[in-house]
Every structure is written in structure tokens, then in C-alpha cells.
Design a protein around this ligand. Structure first.
Ligand code: FEO
Length: 162
């Protein structure tokens, strides 16, 4: 069994992951309306990943005899700036999520909840990857600068994300 405190913290994390999904879907919509379908595709994949993260925690809470209680998800922004600014926003958001995972891990250590620590280790590794991917795209966008040809090439590259 997870403790009541841990259950509540995990439920909060489900909300963070679902908000991330919502945010990235909103970014996908922005890109698709801006003639950047590759960026849109990349963001929809990101959306799918985030719902996967939420469901991973959902499954874990149930497997430990806990009860998932869904929290309200706030409305994500609908207006965005340049692709570079959007990707910077992604990186900042991922850093916040990394912080929430680390806080959860701290709680799991405090409670000697070893199973939750093991489950969270996957997320800690995943966050390193997520931050790196966003940072890499930011660097590529900086290289592209104001060159439309470069942006179109990058858009095609992002369209290939499986
Ligand atoms: Fe589920 Fe991108 O953190």
C-alpha cells in the first residue's frame, strides 16, 4: 500500500503529466495552424508521451492498492510566439516537471517507500532525456535563425519522429 500522503502526491503528478499533455497539444495546434506540420507532429507525439506518463503512474497507484483521484486540469495557453520561443517554453516546463518528480522522490525516501523510489527512477531518467531533446531543438533553431529554408528543413526532420 502507498501512504495517503504518497497517494495524494502521485495523484498530483498525474495532473502535472496530463497538463503537460494538454500544453503540448495546444502547441501542436498552434504549429499546425502556422504551416509547420512537422513541429505539430512532434508536439502530438509529445502529447502522447505525456498521457503515457500519466497512465504509468495511474497503473502504479492501482497496483499498490491506492485510489486514483483526478484533479482539475487548467487551460493551457492558446497563443504562442516563434518556434524558438515555444521550444524554450517546453524546456522550462520540463524543468518544472523534473522538479516535481524530484520532490516525489524525496517523499518516497522520507517514507522508506522503496517501490515508489524504483518506479520514479524511470521518470528521473526520462526527464534527463526530455530536457536534452528540447535543448537540442533549441540549439538547432538558434542555428536556423531567420532562414526560412532552415526552418522548413527542421520541420521535415521533426515530422519523422516515430
Ligand atoms: Fe512527463 Fe515531459 O514529462
Amino acid at each position: 500500500m502507498v501512504s495517503k500522503k504518497m497517494q495524494s502526491a502521485l495523484n498530483q503528478q498525474i495532473k502535472h503529466e496530463l497538463y503537460s499533455a494538454y500544453l503540448y497539444l495546444s502547441m501542436a495546434s498552434h504549429f499546425e495552424a502556422s504551416n509547420l506540420p512537422g513541429f505539430g507532429h512532434w508536439m502530438k507525439k509529445q502529447y502522447e508521451e505525456e498521457t503515457g506518463h500519466a497512465m504509468k503512474i495511474y497503473g502504479y497507484v492501482n497496483s499498490r492498492g491506492g485510489r486514483v483521484e483526478l484533479e482539475a486540469i487548467e487551460k493551457p495557453p492558446a497563443k504562442f510566439k516563434s518556434p524558438l520561443e515555444v521550444m524554450k517554453q517546453v524546456l522550462e516546463h520540463e524543468k518544472i516537471v523534473t522538479g516535481t518528480i524530484h520532490t516525489l522522490y524525496d517523499l518516497a525516501m522520507k517514507e522508506n517507500d522503496y517501490a515508489t523510489q524504483v518506479m520514479l527512477q524511470w521518470f528521473i531518467t526520462e526527464q534527463v532525456e526530455e530536457e536534452k531533446t528540447a535543448a537540442d531543438i533549441i540549439e538547432q533553431l538558434k542555428m536556423v535563425g531567420d532562414a526560412p529554408a532552415g526552418l522548413i528543413m527542421l520541420d521535415r526532420a521533426l515530422a519523422a519522429r516515430s
